[in-house]
Design a protein around this ligand. Structure first.
Ligand code: PHE
Length: 369
């Protein structure tokens, strides 16, 4: 059976005869359509002057001078078909036009570049009359500012500033400070033991720095060391992490009277010139005799503590055994040590009822300092 669209099925339209003719026409039709859709060479002069971006100029340049189908390129090729006379005049005309179009293109590119720099400058201008947003000013945490102040106050009294590790060995935190196995501070209830293998603890006080300092330096000396200490405690006057300022002064004739004078000067400068304080005896295995100093609450917001005492510092004359532990002869040298509770001094200074407020990160509290 013959195919439905076979040529012989349409005897009135013998496609096989016309096919070569149609194939011959297609390129001609295409060529004319393309040529007709392209502007004439002269029209490019206007076209170049209105394009507004570098990409558009480049596209026009390609339309004109593209190696295969550029309008100018084809016009030049076309010259070969012409008679010598026509080739000469037409050739001259085309050359003049070519130079003109090229000049126009580079002028346009230049203009676009300048324009974009100008627009950039406009958008980038600085209005010096504008109000700037208010710059937020921060400050150091009150504890750290206070420690710097304390270093300055003790510095004026001749004290050197030292610092030491927060992770201590049992030896430095307890043994060398004459703290016996039976002392409650060594209890699991009170101390953060980090490793039972190498017996490390988060230091429970800054006193191990007395040992570290004395092991390194030859007396006489005066030093303070401030830093974080850790104990399993938490209430309005205790926090599991708090700060202490340790002090140590060793010499040939350093006395308890010297200690009291230094500490009184410190609290008057660091808490209040009129601060009310009292001395009590206290027990610390690394001093003999041992004392404690209490400061009197004043103007506490809750009023509940008004007139009551708060212990802020333990102190005393360095125990002869502690001096021996670090190789200092107690018959030749003597001296005192103290350990201030930083937060507690600030509590009395600023009437802060709860010590934990320092560590809650509440900006309403912190911004008051
Ligand atoms: N280390 C003691 C404590 O934390 C304070 C202290 C320091 C006491 C120095 C005497 C001498 O309680």
């Amino acid at each position: 059976m013959k195919g439905r669209f076979s040529v012989t099925a349409f005897p009135l339209f013998p496609l096989n005869l016309f096919l070569p003719f149609i194939l011959f026409l297609i390129p001609i039709i295409l060529y004319t359509t393309v040529c007709m859709s392209l502007p004439s060479l002269d029209e490019y002069i206007g076209k170049i002057s209105i394009v507004s971006s570098i990409e558009q100029v480049e596209a026009v340049r390609h339309e004109l001078f593209g190696r295969k189908a550029g309008v100018m390129t084809l016009a030049m090729k076309d010259l070969a078909e012409k008679s010598p006379e026509e080739r000469r005049t037409k050739g001259q005309e085309l050359n003049v036009l070519k130079v003109k179009l090229e000049a126009l293109i580079s002028a346009r590119l230049q203009a676009i570049a300048t324009l974009s720099i100008d627009t950039l400058a406009e958008g980038d201008s600085l209005d010096v009359t504008l109000d700037l947003p208010v710059a937020e000013k921060g400050h150091k945490h009150p504890i750290h500012e206070y420690i710097r102040k304390a270093e300055e106050v003790f510095g004026r009294m001749g004290f050197d500033t030292a610092s030491g590790p927060e992770l201590e060995t049992e030896d430095y935190n307890f043994n060398k400070l004459n703290i016996p196995e039976s002392h409650p501070a060594r209890d699991l209830q009170d101390t953060f033991w980090v490793s039972s293998l190498d017996r490390t603890v988060l230091r429970t006080h800054t006193s191990p720095m007395q040992i570290r300092y004395m092991e390194e330096k030859k007396p006489p000396f005066r030093m303070i060391c401030a830093g974080k200490v850790y104990r399993k405690d938490s209430d309005a006057t205790h926090s599991p992490m708090f700060h202490q300022i340790e002090g140590l002064m060793i010499g040939k004739t350093v006395s308890l009277a010297n200690m009291k004078a230094v500490m009184e000067t410190a609290v008057r400068e660091l808490v209040d010139p009129n601060v009310d304080f009292r001395w009590r005896t206290g027990y610390f295995p690394f001093v003999e005799p041992g004392l404690e100093m209490d400061l009197r609450w004043r103007g506490d917001e809750s009023k509940s503590r008004e007139g009551r005492w708060l212990e802020v510092v333990g102190c005393g004359m360095v125990h002869p055994q502690v001096l021996r532990n670090v190789g200092i002869d107690p018959n030749e040298f003597q001296g005192f040590a103290f350990g201030f509770g930083v937060e507690r001094m600030l509590m009395i200074r600023h009437q802060i009822p709860d010590l934990r407020s320092f560590f809650e990160g509440d900006l309403r509290f912190l911004r008051q300092f």
